[in-house]
Design a protein around this ligand. Structure first.
Ligand code: PEP
Ligand code: MN
Length: 375
């Protein structure tokens, strides 16, 4: 299903000074000197297209630094005047929107905690009505694609067409190396729903760790995301927020210089021919996979009917364990990852269970009706 969003291209609202597009700046504006000095170094790299800084910080727990507040808008103005970099801040209320616009902030973004709340998003959207300002919408904290889409729709419905999504990862109960799980499939899914919507990756909030920023940035570019938002601080070790994930402007340059820029398409016909040939092979295999799935489900139906006639439960845990063990071992020998095989088998198995449940619960009346329609 394609989303009905009215969107202008990224190039209509941000001048990319160097590829890839990088928006950088401190997690929080702390002092005028810290902000202006950081902005100065970032502008001098020639790799940064806009300056970000949080001045209203949505903290999960009270009592932490909650942002410097409106005075930070004056500092952003100065940073812009000194460097020429357009500025971006997070807004979470109608008042933030008003103040940021009044102070001439160039780009606004909706934070992950706000996107998770439709009331907040609607309040921001209402404050934006009739204004021509670019807005970036971060994914919600929780892995819920509809909330992300809903927030983009609300902002777009308010007349904002200079719109982008920011992928900053999702909270998860599973322990991992990342602060927020990337869950790339959710970001890819949004891209398929809205192919024209620019997507910017935020490796700082995904990783929570400056050493992993390069790795995630490369992956984002390889998935054809249009830019990166990276937190950069003149002295990350003493940063008031997100100290572990911020990088110095010099380290930022290092990260960017190591990124490989790959194009989604090429004009080289030899490369294209080879790609087409390989894609044809994949298409044939995919058709076979679908055909085999259909055959498998037919047998599942037979088993379902047989179990019903003989009063046997649908699920036999030992049989499922046997399938899982045998197949994952086999798949491993064929160099497929266990995680992938388990996910695939679980998907197939849950569909089989669904089909058998349907058969088991078909009541006598249903069967009689079936007989009539098939007679
Ligand atoms: C931020 O960008 O500093 C921030 C608070 O991010 P998020 O909304 O992604 O947590
Ligand atoms: Mn931050």
């Amino acid at each position: 299903m394609k989303l009905n969003l009215n969107i202008q291209p990224l190039s209509s609202w941000i001048k990319t000074s160097s590829e890839p597009l990088v928006i950088a700046g401190p997690c929080s504006a702390e002092t005028e000197d810290q902000l202006v000095a950081t902005a100065h170094l970032l502008a001098n790299t020639g790799k940064v297209s806009a300056l970000r800084a949080g001045i209203w910080k949505p903290r999960t727990r009270p009592g932490e630094f909650e942002g410097i507040g409106s005075i930070g808008l004056e500092w952003l103005k100065r940073a812009k005047a000194v460097t020429g970099l357009p500025t971006a801040v997070e807004v979470a209320t109608a008042k933030h929107v008003e103040e940021a616009l009044k102070a001439g902030v160039d780009i606004l973004w909706v934070g992950a905690r706000s996107t998770a709340n439709p009331f907040t998003v609607q309040e921001i959207a209402d404050a934006l009505r009739g204004v021509d300002v670019p807005v970036m919408v971060k994914n919600p904290v929780n892995p819920d694609l509809s909330l992300w889409i809903g927030a983009l729709e609300r902002i777009n419905n308010a007349g904002i067409t200079k719109l982008a999504a920011i992928h900053r990862g999702f909270s998860s109960h599973e322990k991992s190396a990342f602060r927020n799980e990337p869950m790339w499939d959710l970001a890819i899914s949004l891209k398929t729903h809205a192919p024209d919507l620019p997507m910017i990756n935020d490796p700082s909030h995904i990783t929570g760790n400056r050493d992993l920023i390069g790795y995630i940035s490369q992956k984002a570019l390889d998935l054809d995301m249009q830019g990166l938002m990276i937190e950069s601080h003149i002295d990350p070790t003493v940063a008031w927020t997100d100290a572990k994930q911020q990088v110095t402007p010099a380290a930022l340059v290092e990260i960017i210089n190591h990124l490989a820029l790959r194009k989604p398409e090429t004009r080289n016909t030899e490369v294209n021919d080879k790609l087409t040939e390989l894609r044809n092979q994949i298409d044939k295999i995919d058709d076979l996979v679908i055909q085999k799935m259909a055959e498998r489900m037919k047998i599942v139906e037979q088993i379902g009917n047989y179990k019903k006639d003989n009063n046997i439960t649908i699920l036999q845990v030992s049989r499922w364990d046997e399938i899982l063990n045998k197949r994952t071992n086999y798949a491993k020998a064929l160099k497929l990852s266990t995680e992938f095989t388990e996910k695939l088998l679980e998907l197939i198995h849950s569909e089989s269970i669904r089909k058998q449940t349907e058969i088991m619960n078909k009541n006598e009346a249903g069967q009689a009706a079936d007989k009539l329609t098939h007679a």
